[in-house]
Design a protein. Sequence first.
Length: 146
Amino acid sequence: MHKSVLVVEDEFLIAMDIQLLLERRGWSVLGIAATVEKALELLAHDLPAVAILDVTLREGSVTRVAEALRERNIPLVVASAYNSPELIGGEILAGAPNVGEPTEERRLLTVWMNWSAPELHSGICRNEATSSHAEGLFLSRGTASP
């Protein structure tokens, strides 16, 4: 299985941080989508091993993307400040691992490793020892929990 990820995030710097973090650990970023339409377009051309979704994009929630991923049996991780992202993005997000917003690199990697299949996160395990705490990944937008 190839280690590819779809990143759905409308904040450019956050998306780039996620991309660099995952690429340093051997993942290939299939694409970065700032809109639901772009994410669906990317899914029409190639299927990632996993996806990380910001629950709310400027244009609205990622519900349609989450549904498309689930239809294709592609696991997803949510990046949300909301304790219950399903209240924003719909029941399709219930039970999805939530790395939080803001979050640090270590939290994202821990959730990724604990939740995804071993063959998907082997690159993260191999490289985690070289990860610097200063390489923090912050997914902050100043969003408040409901």
